[in-house]
Write a protein that binds this ligand. Sequence first.
Ligand code: DGL
Length: 272
Amino acid sequence: MSLSAISTQPRILIFDSGVGGLSIMGEIQQKLPYAPLIYASDNVFFPYGTKGEAELTERVDKVFRKITAHYLVDIIVVACNTASTLTLPHIRSHFSQPIVGVVPAIKPAAARSQSQVIGLLATPATVARPYTHNLICEYASNAEVISVGSSELVALAEQKLRGKQVLPEQLKPILKPFFDHPRGKDMDTLVLACTHFPLLRGELKAEFPNHLELIDSGEAIARRVASLLGDKVFPESVPEHLAVFTQSSPSVESLRPSLHQFGIHRLDILEI
Ligand code: DGL
């Protein structure tokens, strides 16, 4: 779709398996405070980080088909590293909307790290993806990259947004491989390569005694979305955001207070 074909009131879809994409939504809201946003979570198939590649590609295709048939969508933000590092070529060739993918911020991390010892915290799937290995080869080949994949951390972020506190005792075993690594004490930069993890930024930072810069792709994604919109301007009024889930459940209801914090007051269920 050419950008001139984007509606005068463009609708931006932000998609993730769960609540992680809200970290991207927050960045987009900072940059485009008047843009109405559709947040979609495929809670039926959550978590994505433990799913096989063929089934995940098929699922993402199915979900996008259904969502774009149901809602007017001008730009799709795949606010999930696990889905982006696998499905971007497929989605780009099957959907006409501009697609913005969220992938591990290895390049900026390598540019900023003084010690050239970089942590990579992602889902087990993202850590194992050839896409991620290629990013490391291309942008951080001279650095030591310590990779840790954790689905438990994804679950903790989900709990936090449902009002449960995340405790240091829950984080320590997940982060232990960084401390156990022979070069772990030199690590000065940590890439949060799962969109769930910036939701735990404070808790994660508190676990590292030395100064550590936590880097994610959120702001760059918001810049990319703004540049796709070009000179389109939104009327200066409180935008009506919408959240869509692929199945109804009590666990969706328990998210309402967190969704309100992102200005989302309307919830739809689109069963897929
Ligand atoms: N938020 C997703 C990501 O950025 C993954 C969470 C999941 O495993 O579903 O990778």
